[in-house]
Design a protein around this ligand. Structure first.
Ligand code: AMP
Length: 289
C-alpha cells in the first residue's frame, strides 16, 4: 500500500493508474478504522479496480468545543488494517497540506445541511461538503463510497455532486453494527462501560420503532413519542428522533417504504447517531439479521 502525503503525490499516483485504464474508488475517512470502514474499503474494491482511502481529521467540520483535539487516532493500526483490506493507496495529508492558506471559499448545500444534525451542528455539513469537494478535486476518483450510518452526510454529498456536476459516481454501504446492535463508530471508543450500555438505546429504539410499525402503527408522532420515552429510560440526552424520507430528509407524518427513523443522542460527552428503515417487510425486526 502506497502512503501518499501530498496533493502532488496523490495526483500523480491516480493519473498513473487511470492512464493505464484502471478505475479508482475513493473512501473518505477520518481514520481509527473499525469494521464499518473495512467493509467500505472491501466494497470499494468490488466497485473499482483500485481502492484509494483518504485519512484526514478535517478541522472545518468540527465546531469550537467539539471533539477535534480528542478525536481518536492510531495511524500505525490504520495502515495495517487498510493494507489487509486490499487498499492500494492511503492519502493522509496534514492540515497544512489540505488548508495551506486561509480559505475564502466553502461549499454550502442549503436545505439538507440545516435539518436534523445540522440544527445542533450548524457549520458541520459546510465543513464536510468543502473537504469532500477538495478530496474529489485532488483525487479525481471515478467512484466514491460513503456509509449510510451518516445518512445526512450521504444526502448532502449526493446533492452536491449533482448540483456541481462533479464527475464522480457515489455509492453507499449499509450500517455495520456490533453483535449487540450498536452501530460501529470511531466515537464509541469514548464510551465508558456504563455509557456503552446506554448507547444501545439507539439500536433498541430503532427495533422498537420497527416493532410498532409491524404491529400496525404508522403514525410517526406516536412512534417518535414511544421511542423517545424508551430512550429517556436510558438517561441519555436526545438531540433528535425523527421519521424522515431517506432522500429528501423531509419529515414523514406516516411511515411508508422510504421512511427512516433517524436518531441522535448524547451520552455523557459523546454524541452518537443511528438510523434505519421502519418498514422492512420482514418479520424479524432485529438489526443484525
Ligand atoms: P468517519 O471516519 O467516521 O468519517 O467515517 C468514514 C466513512 O465510514 C463514512 O462514509 C461513514 O459513513 C462510514 N462509516 C462509519 N461508520 C460506519 C458503520 N458503522 N457502517 C458503515 N459505514 C460507516
Amino acid at each position: 500500500m502506497k502512503l501518499l502525503y501530498t496533493k502532488a503525490e496523490v495526483q500523480s499516483w491516480t493519473k498513473n493508474i487511470q492512464t493505464q485504464g484502471s478505475t479508482i474508488c475513493l473512501v473518505p475517512t477520518m481514520g481509527f478504522f473499525h469494521a464499518g470502514h473495512i467493509a467500505l474499503m472491501k466494497r470499494a474494491g468490488e466497485i473499482a479496480d483500485t481502492v484509494l482511502v483518504s485519512l484526514f481529521v478535517n478541522p472545518s467540520q468540527f465546531a469550537p468545543g467539539e471533539d477535534l483535539s480528542t478525536y481518536p487516532r492510531d495511524f500505525a493500526a490504520d495502515c495495517q488494517k487498510a493494507e489487509s483490506a486490499g487498499v492500494e493507496g492511503l492519502f493522509c495529508p496534514d492540515v497544512q497540506e489540505m488548508y495551506p492558506q486561509q480559505s475564502q471559499t466553502s461549499i454550502k448545500v442549503e436545505s439538507l445541511s440545516h435539518q436534523l444534525c445540522g440544527k445542533s451542528r450548524p457549520t458541520h455539513f459546510n465543513g464536510v461538503a468543502t473537504v469532500v469537494t477538495k478530496l474529489f478535486n485532488i483525487c479525481g476518483a471515478d467512484y466514491a463510497i460513503f456509509g449510510e450510518k451518516d445518512f445526512q452526510q450521504l444526502a448532502v454529498i449526493k446533492q452536491m455532486v449533482a448540483d456541481l456536476n462533479i464527475p464522480v459516481q457515489i455509492h453507499s454501504l449499509p450500517i455495520v453494527r456490533e453483535s449487540d446492535g450498536l452501530a460501529m463508530s470511531s466515537r464509541n471508543s469514548y464510551l465508558t462501560g456504563e455509557e456503552r450500555k446506554q448507547a444501545l438505546c439507539l439500536s433498541k429504539g430503532l427495533c422498537l420503532g420497527r416493532k410498532l410499525v409491524a404491529s400496525g402503527i404508522l403514525d410517526s408522532r406516536i412512534i417518535i413519542e414511544k421511542v423517545a420515552d424508551f430512550c429517556k429510560d436510558s438517561a441519555v440526552s436526545i438531540d433528535y428522533i425523527a421519521i424522515i424520507n431517506k432522500s429528501t430528509l423531509d419529515e414523514s407524518p406516516h411511515v411508508d417504504g422510504q421512511a427512516l427513523l433517524a436518531m441522535a443522542v448524547k451520552i455523557g460527552k459523546t454524541r452518537l447517531i443511528d438510523n434505519g428503515f421502519l418498514l422492512t417487510g420482514d418479520k424479524d425486526v432485529s438489526l443484525n439479521a
